[in-house]
Design a protein around this ligand. Structure first.
Ligand code: GLA
Length: 399
């Protein structure tokens, strides 16, 4: 039985209806609250959000949705749709809970510090953001959880406060020292726009993008190299080390000349060269996007990949392969640019392509990548989408 037609939640993506119906089937009554938060893809500005840089992400039309209602007892019970994993808790503490609980309970615990105290509830989580693919499934879950707390408590955190809260949840409960990009995008993104996020000032502006003859194609290499785990924190340390050696406190205060005149070991030198180059490329890319200069933007994306591969060393053979298959097509066959996106060591590439060529390009990437690696890739077009939303579900009107 479907109580919620898509017209009942016109402002929410379709996955909200799926969450509503899955909740109804599982618990035998409809939910009272729904929250939805998107994943993201970063066009350019990689590994510089924690270095005071600029980033240029869009939220994608892949989401995590949570449906919830007051609990029948004094415990909170959260299920992950399609799995046997459940959280049952009285105090929202993560100890003894499944691994993903940190991304749900962490934000809820931090919401309490902001005066948001949701009472015990029953919830079901559903997501179509690919996991571990560099598309911010973690941030989508954190932001959907904080948004659920807002809608339950009927109080809004400010956008930047909510993004920071979710970032802190990832630091303190998931133990990943991430920057602000993913959470800020999942909170603040707008449909048909990219966000130019200044990670030093923690401010952003939107740049129209999406309703034109180009689109974004994601290619998931379907590999995830295990060395990814410690490498993120290590890159942060190396960047800080380079900055100290240069005698500066922010990458925004120095340029390549300052780097060249400092005495640095090879590794911190390369890390800093990536950061400075990527900050410059991202600012240029924002200008190219504003002018709809697709060739210029694509070229900057390609250069970003080279720098991430050679200087920052966070790519891998499969990402390099996927990017170079796309580069070989080039603008004449509809590919303006292509690069790894997200943390790296596996996951996805993002390509800026001509929309009318998307079927041919998808087929070519799929076949060539399979021939060269033996791996089946997942390839799809994404739409720049709105950030997180939450609603209280009104009971159906009696006629
Ligand atoms: C992960 C982090 C982000 C960012 C990217 C790399 O997605 O969560 O904060 O650092 O890696 O750009």
């Amino acid at each position: 039985m479907t109580l919620l037609s898509s017209s009942a939640t016109p402002q929410l993506p379709r996955i909200a209806d799926q969450a509503f119906n899955a909740f109804l089937n599982r618990f035998g009554h409809p939910p009272l609250w729904l929250s939805v938060a998107p994943g993201r893809v970063n066009l350019i500005g990689e590994h510089i959000d924690y270095n005071d840089g600029y980033v240029l992400p869009v939220a994608i039309d892949r989401y995590t949705a949570i449906a919830a209602a007051p609990s029948p007892d004094d415990s909170t019970h959260i299920v992950s749709h399609g799995t046997t994993d459940t959280i049952r808790t009285h105090d929202f503490q993560c100890i003894g809970q499944p691994h993903w609980a940190a991304y749900v309970l962490g934000p809820l615990l931090l919401c309490r510090e902001q005066g948001l105290h949701p009472g015990p509830f029953t919830a079901l989580i559903i997501s179509d953001v690919p996991r571990g693919a560099g598309l911010s499934s973690s941030a989508a879950l954190e932001v959907a959880s904080a948004t659920l707390a807002e809608v339950i408590c009927d109080r809004s955190l400010g956008s930047i406060e909510k993004a920071r809260l979710c970032q802190r949840a990832e630091h303190d409960y998931a133990h990943v020292p991430c920057g602000i990009m993913d959470q800020a995008t999942s909170v603040a993104a707008r449909a048909n726009a990219a966000l130019l996020l200044d990670c030093q000032a923690e401010t952003w502006k939107t740049i129209p993008f999406g309703q034109s003859d180009v689109c974004l194609l994601i290619a998931n290499t379907n590999v995830r190299h295990s060395l990814a785990d410690g490498q993120y924190a290590k890159r942060r340390q190396q960047c800080d080390q380079a900055l100290r050696a240069i005698g500066a406190s922010s990458y925004r205060d120095i340029d390549l000349d300052a780097l060249e005149s400092a005495t640095l070991d090879d590794i911190p030198y390369k890390r800093a060269r990536h950061v400075l180059g990527e900050i410059a490329r991202t600012r240029e890319a924002a200008g190219a996007l504003e002018r709809a200069d697709w060739v210029g933007l694509g070229q900057l994306m390609n250069e970003s990949h080279h720098s991430l591969r050679d200087d920052y060393q966070v790519s891998c053979a499969e990402l390099d392969k996927m990017a170079s298959i796309a580069w070989n097509l080039g603008p004449t066959r509809g590919v303006f640019g292509s690069r790894m996106t997200g943390g790296g060591f596996g996951g996805c590439t993002v390509s800026l392509i001509l929309s009318r060529e998307s079927a041919a390009i998808t087929q070519h990437l799929q076949n060539s990548y399979r021939e060269e690696t033996g791996i089946e890739a997942e390839i799809f077009v994404v739409e720049p989408s709105d950030g997180a939303q939450g609603i209280r579900c009104e009971p159906p009107q009696k006629s």
